[in-house]
Design a protein around this ligand. Structure first.
Ligand code: ATP
Ligand code: MG
Length: 320
């Protein structure tokens, strides 16, 4: 059976290098081989925020990022949660298949709660991994290109699919996660590079903004640059960024810098990142907001057709 690919992002801000090496690069490769759905998870923005914020703006920017890295809307269905009621309705039967204890055990949810600035943790924070199960299963997705933080959610999806099939008959395939070249890229503060944590090199930033960010990154005073993830995590992280962008090993990059110290290191990283992102940044400017609206309207329609079929099947299996 041919794989169906499902993946997506929250429209919480511009995409960054973590997305690129964690997931986007795989998507661009897979779009030529498999049917693929890319979800703009707009409803999930409110899991850890009081308000959706500049949601329309963020959706437009996210789509421009997709086009910039080379996702092709002729091959890929790009759609939004809020446009597909039938997808969201799957949440109801799916939630009945998991226990509260299982929801509370999720390590990624725990990490996100720890980094959230909200005063109270919402119910949606605990249930959003089941929403993600609906995202993956509505199109019977079998392959999910994601970063490491998403593995517990793909596991949750498999649990939901397995239990649904046991209870109501074979409806869903069990999806597999597919991790990118760098399943956890760290940001300039050493934590997971995240849109929400102010530590990201975004695809759409200018060369000057990128240089300023890298200039502020922490390093250490040792002039000999070596790749040592345990004892020199900040330096190792910068070397990793450069290495990914150059397609070389971090050890190799460290050797080239030698006794150049932090200044030479930062110069090289800035150069490598800006060089790598130049064609992406250029392509981003080639698309208009009119293109974006058109792509979304078509994607939403295709995704909705798929969701209607699956929801019908689910209701029939359940005897409704
Ligand atoms: P937010 O902080 O708003 O949650 P985010 O940066 O975590 O944003 P998401 O939209 O939650 O981005 O994640 C989209 C996809 O990108 C997921 O598949 C996730 O695993 C992947 N991803 C995000 N950050 C990284 C990272 N630092 N390294 C590798 N993959 C990542
Ligand atoms: Mg996230």
């Amino acid at each position: 059976m041919k794989d169906v690919v499902l993946t997506g992002d929250r429209p919480t801000g511009p995409l960054h290098l973590g997305h690129y090496f964690g997931s986007l690069a795989n998507r661009v490769k897979l779009q030529d081989v498999h049917p693929m759905y890319v979800l703009i998870a707009d409803y999930q923005v409110i899991t850890d925020r009081d308000l959706p914020g500049r949601i329309q703006r963020n959706i437009t920017e996210l789509l421009l990022d997709y086009l910039a890295v080379g996702l092709d809307p002729a091959k890929v269905t790009i759609f939004r949660h809020s446009a597909i009621p039938e997808l969201n309705q799957l949440l109801l039967p799916f939630l009945s298949l998991v226990s509260v204890a299982e929801l509370q055990r999720n390590p990624t949810v725990k990490d996100e709660i720890a980094h959230s600035s909200q005063r109270a943790v919402s119910g949606l924070m605990f249930t959003y991994p089941v929403h993600q199960a609906a995202d993956i299963l509505f199109c019977k997705g079998t392959l999910v290109p994601v970063g490491r933080d998403q593995l517990p959610h793909v596991e949750m999806t498999r649990l939901v699919a397995r239990r649904f099939n046991e209870r109501y008959g074979e409806v869903f395939p069990l999806p597999e996660a597919m991790m990118g070249e760098r399943p956890l890229l760290r940001g300039l503060d050493g934590g997971k590079m995240s849109k929400s944590r102010g530590n990201a090199i975004t695809l759409s930033a200018t060369e000057e903004e990128t240089a300023a960010l890298i200039r502020k990154a922490r390093t250490d005073p040792d002039r000999l640059i070596t790749f040592d993830e345990t004892h020199r995590p900040e330096v190792a992280n910068l070397l990793t960024l450069a290495a990914l962008c150059l397609g070389r090993s971090p050890q190799d990059v460290a050797e080239e810098i030698g006794y150049g110290g932090a200044a030479a290191l930062k110069r090289l990283v800035t150069e490598a990142v800006n060089e790598f992102l130049r064609p992406i940044r250029k392509r981003r400017k080639e698309h208009s907001e009119q293109d974006v609206r058109q792509i979304l309207a078509e994607g939403d329609e295709r995704a909705r057709e798929r969701a209607v079929v699956t929801l019908d099947e689910v209701k029939a299996a359940m005897g409704f």
